[in-house]
Design a protein around this ligand. Sequence first.
Ligand SMILES: *Cc1c(COP(=O)(O)O)cnc(C)c1O
Length: 394
Amino acid sequence: MRDKIKKKLNELRENSLFRVMPEISEGAGKYISVEINKGFGKTEVRKYINMASNNYLGLSEIQEIKRASADAVLELGTTSGASRIVTGNYNLYDELERVTAEFKQTEASLVFNSGYAANVAVFSALADRNTAVFSDKLNHASIIDGILLSGAKHIRYRHNDIDDLAALLEKHKDEKDKIIATDTIFSMDGDVCRLRAIVELAEAYGAMTIVDEAHASGIFGRGRGYAHEAGLEKRVDIHMGTFSKAFGSFGAYVAADRDIIDYLRNKGRSFIYSTSLPPAVVAANLAALKYVKNHHDIGYRLLDAADDIRRQLQVMGFDTGDSVTQIIPVILGTNERVLMAKEFLMEKGIYVGAIRPPTVPVNTARLRMTVRLDVLDETERILDAFRTLKAAGI
Ligand SMILES: *Cc1c(COP(=O)(O)O)cnc(C)c1O
């Protein structure tokens, strides 16, 4: 066993796929600080504009949200103490689910400990060996893991390829239970799913639709998500989204009709067999949700700014793929080019992600830039850095 582990680790190292944590001392804020060891016990802290996190709206820094979270700790302590269905429930939790359902305009909602835990629960509870799950090839890993755990037939269709999905539905039309699953915004490309066509196919073939709004919640549809943006919210069966991205906190929700929520509360193993979220997190989620409700244009402000930045990058000659959201890939091709570009931008004080295979297809290595509402005052500096990157021939 240990030999096998050593061998696998060596393989990862040899293929430059060994993952290490970036040496970041603070990574959620507007600026990322990185402590640099200068030797002789001296360190220097460098600051970079944070264009790599999913804290799109910068809500983690909003005073009233931080205050709500701190107050909850002082009043209720640091833990929930147990699973929700044992003693880990408290009023704030019920209120969060009530407000979430109201916001999403569904009958009910259920809060999960993370987006990962939510997807694992949803798919493993709803699907079984007699279910066919049609899933976009670029769907998030947590959807894939949930499907695998369920034992369902896992039918992957080419990314955003409606003809492929239609052909696969036709081929498997005699399967009794069918689910179509899609991210609404894809995390490495910043493109959106073709939801209208998906919903129409689902209705034609009697499939249930599940959307993962992790990157759209808080932003599209006045914060409600992409299904609302597209006016299709009533035709989607299950809406999953997270509090860990634009809402600047942690945890996730599933919003749907009452039967589905009752079912997940009874059958969702990651919900039942895990200690529920602590008060600090639940209070932050609730405050962030209320904040977005009261400032429902902030998502659109972010998207407008991202449009502007994307257009300027395209004018400079960069390939931003099919991005139409706050996630902007800058596709450079080889791993070497991407790593060089990342270093170059860091020299200019800008931190972006460098995404390589196997996370993205071979020869599409890219910078993954996420636009944040609170860095817009630095837009000129960001664009200047990309201009000099282009001039340097990278
Ligand atoms: C981030 C993400 C998740 C997981 O959410 P966490 O709260 O980080 O566990 C699930 N689905 C998608 C599409 C995501 O981007």
